[in-house]
Write a protein that binds this ligand. Structure first.
Ligand SMILES: Nc1ncnc2c1ncn2[C@@H]1O[C@H](COP(=O)(O)OP(=O)(O)OP(=O)(O)O)[C@@H](O)[C@H]1O
Ligand SMILES: [Mg+2]
Length: 328
């Protein structure tokens, strides 16, 4: 097959003046190199397309691909992760990972929580606020966890996200509203063990490939696996790989994650973050249908490698899943 690659290169956005935090979600060149090598190793030819505007120009110019391996997350708007799939749908070109509906939905953590909760997947009680004036109507018990409603890569999650005192809530929310210019999601704080679950496949064929436990060290800030703790993970975080067969909470994490994956209709591969509450019940935090694919730094490839699936094998599984769906 002729496989196109769509992505957002971090260096392009840093060069455009984006801050390190703003560009953190974009791809590094070694991610694209590794992805391209893995796709070629499957016997396909590759074509580097780049971001959504480059794709638009190429489509209008008449270029076509048998399959597009899409990791582009876009820049503008709540539909930014859906933009590349929308264009590819318009031209009838098959692509990896989820459809526009899922990619737009899961970027909005509040809407996503409504959907998974209605499917019976547990997720903490929450409120969405667009102005500090609305806090008077919020009746969540402390402690509360506060974060932007539609960000990833730990953006906006830091030292003040965990709110233990009522008087700290308004300043935290005001700061997040100002910095991210979008509603703030307030959630009941989950104080228990945290896991990220790697999922491979689509619908009934989906399976939890492994569970990674994220353990914050005393050097970590803010009670969450956020931007600073992720960036300095060597000093602030340790990871464990509990086997669901030996660890009931890890098994529950895998089941909750798989339930959310299926309820949302995610495709091919991704990651779901979950954490246990004070009572030891595992709850859904968020879904990553375009999980990071840096071969050695991103959680999904790390998790897969730990379970015997190296990076080329992970890419092969993703291509095979997408090809099966499209009858290629
Ligand atoms: N309700 C909560 N209770 C406790 N901790 C939370 C809660 N929500 C988020 N966190 C912590 O903050 C971290 C980041 O939150 P979340 O996964 O929503 O952000 P993200 O930026 O989308 O993450 P990613 O880097 O996976 O894209 C979680 O991994 C967890 O440690
Ligand atoms: Mg997360």
């Amino acid at each position: 097959m002729r496989v196109g690659l769509t992505y957002d290169l971090e260096s392009d956005y840093l060069a455009q003046g984006f801050s390190a935090e703003a560009a953190a979600e974009f791809d590094r060149p070694d991610t694209i190199d590794a992805l391209e090598a893995a796709v070629r190793a499957l016997g396909h030819t590759t074509d580097r397309i780049g971001h959504v505007r480059a794709l638009a120009a190429r489509l209008v110019a008449g270029d076509r691909w048998d399959l597009v391996f899409n990791i582009a997350e876009g820049v503008h708007g709540i539909g930014r992760e859906a933009q590349v799939p929308c264009l590819l749908d318009a031209w009838g070109i098959p692509y990896t990972f989820s459809e526009p509906l899922v990619l737009a939905l899961t970027l909005h953590k509040g809407m996503t929580k409504r959907v998974v909760r209605s499917a019976g997947v547990p997720t903490p009680d929450f409120a969405e606020v667009e102005d500090v004036d609305e806090l008077g109507a919020v009746s969540l018990p402390l402690p509360i966890f506060a974060k932007p409603i539609a960000e990833g890569s730990g953006k906006g999650i830091g030292a003040t996200s965990l709110v233990r005192r009522q008087e700290d809530l308004a300043p935290t929310v005001a700061d997040l509203l100002l910095r991210f210019r979008q509603p703030v999601l307030l959630e009941t704080f989950l104080s228990g063990r945290e896991f990220t679950v790697g999922i491979l496949g689509t619908g009934r064929a989906a399976e939890a490939v492994g569970v990674m436990e994220v353990k914050l060290l005393p050097t970590a800030t803010g009670g969450g696996y956020g931007f600073t703790n992720k960036k300095d993970y060597q000093n602030r975080v340790t990871y464990a790989f509990p086997r669901p067969a030996d660890d009931p909470m890890a098994a529950e994490a895998a089941a909750v994650a798989l339930g959310a994956w299926k309820a949302l209709g995610c495709r091919d591969a991704g990651r779901i973050d979950v954490r246990a509450d004070a009572a030891g019940r595992v709850e859904f935090i968020e879904c990553n249908p375009l999980a990071g694919l840096h071969p050695t730094i991103s959680d999904l490839p790390i998790l897969c490698a730990e379970h015997g699936l190296d990076f080329p094998a992970l890419v092969a599984r993703i291509v095979a899943s997408a090809a099966r769906r499209h009858g290629l």
